[in-house]
Ligand binder design. Structure first.
Ligand SMILES: Cc1cc2nc3c(=O)[nH]c(=O)nc-3n(C[C@H](O)[C@H](O)[C@H](O)COP(=O)(O)O)c2cc1C
Length: 329
């Protein structure tokens, strides 16, 4: 997710869900305009750590030559697969005829997938669509177009572009996409708790299920672990420290932590504060918020403010992680 699943956050989530049924993750979309993206930009989105679970690099664009070359570069810098975004509803994407704009034209969707598949024939190319642009009448056609273009897997966000991020979801659209194609379909939209993952697969026939926003409030949603408030506080501290180690100011890092706290549901973190979660959000002093989190985590206050400690040094849940060498070099 744009602005959320950059490597700092994504790596912590992957680490907390290993081993589990979490099959992989995607980068936020990287926009390709009219020329191939520089390798260092693609590498930055992938991050440095490699996990047992693949992290696909998601591209979005309308210039097929630039998109194809960017996909080649993505593979060169270590992406195990490339995902194509046909769901972004942002005005910028629509103006550039990219993202969900392509949902109006299944033939263009197919051609876009094919251009990228041809560019990286030895690696999987996956596609992510919404159920439609204004309505979901043509979800089957869109799914078939992605398959005909050569996509190895199709993620379907069950809302249309017009429905944006509304609460209600209609999973029957996912079932229709599953019926229309032979490739694996990953269902997305409205998975709020761990049990929804299995329910989505059971009710729609999707082989895989994807979580978006709920993972921001509960990074353990994939494995369904019930964590303590100390675990929850530790996660948020680790996130702040990771961002600081990459150059973020304390204020900037705590701002990002607060973005997660707005949605936070894991670990009964609210139970540690008489005011509830809003008590954390009302904390104006970034250093004090970190110190309070450190206290909730049962950690040393100075350690919380010291960004130099690595994940492994602290022996947190991250210690259970088995980073593997680059999956594809
Ligand atoms: C802030 C935000 C950023 C997003 N960025 C992306 C993105 O970069 N690529 C993408 O495929 N979907 C993106 N999405 C859509 C989500 O991946 C997901 O499809 C959507 O939120 C529905 O799933 P959910 O109901 O589980 O949240 C974004 C959603 C939000 C709220």
């Amino acid at each position: 997710m744009e602005g959320v699943t950059e490597p700092s956050f994504r790596d912590l989530v992957l680490a907390r869900n290993f081993p589990s049924e979490l099959g992989g993750a995607f980068t936020e979309f990287v926009r390709v305009i009219d020329r191939p993206l520089p390798r260092h930009v693609l590498a930055r989105h992938l991050g440095e750590r490699r996990f047992a679970q693949p992290v696909g690099l998601q591209l979005m664009g309308a210039d097929l030559a630039a998109l194809a070359e960017s996909a080649r570069c993505a593979i060169e810098v270590g992406a195990p697969l490339v995902d194509l975004n046909f769901g972004c509803p942002a005005k910028g994407a629509l103006r550039g005829c990219a993202g969900s704009a392509v949902l109006k034209d299944p033939a263009r969707l197919e051609a876009t997938v094919r251009a990228v598949v041809d560019a990286v024939p030895d690696h999987p190319v996956t596609a992510k669509i919404r159920a439609g642009y204004d309505d979901a009448e043509h979800v089957e056609d869109l799914a078939r177009a992605a398959e005909a273009g050569g996509a190895s897997m199709l993620t379907v966000h069950c809302r249309t572009r017009a429905e944006a991020y509304q609460d209600e979801v209609d999973w029957t659209r996912l079932a229709r996409a599953v019926q229309a194609v032979a490739i694996p379909v990953c269902g997305n939209g409205g998975v709020n708790v761990h049990a929804d993952l299995e329910r989505l697969r059971r009710e729609t026939g999707c082989r895989l299920a994807m979580v978006g926003r709920a993972a921001c409030g509960d990074p353990w949603i994939f494995r369904g672990a019930t964590v303590t408030s100390a675990d929850a506080a530790r996660f948020l501290l680790d996130y702040a420290e990771k961002l600081s180690s990459l150059g973020a100011s304390t204020k900037g890092a705590v701002g990002r932590v607060k973005q997660l706290l707005v949605h936070w549901t894991a670990g009964a973190l609210t139970g540690t504060d008489a005011d509830g979660r809003t008590g954390w959000l009302r904390e104006q002093d970034p250093a004090r918020l970190l110190a309070r989190l450190a206290e909730a985590a049962g950690a040393d206050r100075d350690a919380a403010l010291n960004p130099s400690l690595s994940d492994e040094d602290r022996g947190t849940a991250v210690g259970a992680l088995r980073p593997v060498p680059a999956i594809h070099t």
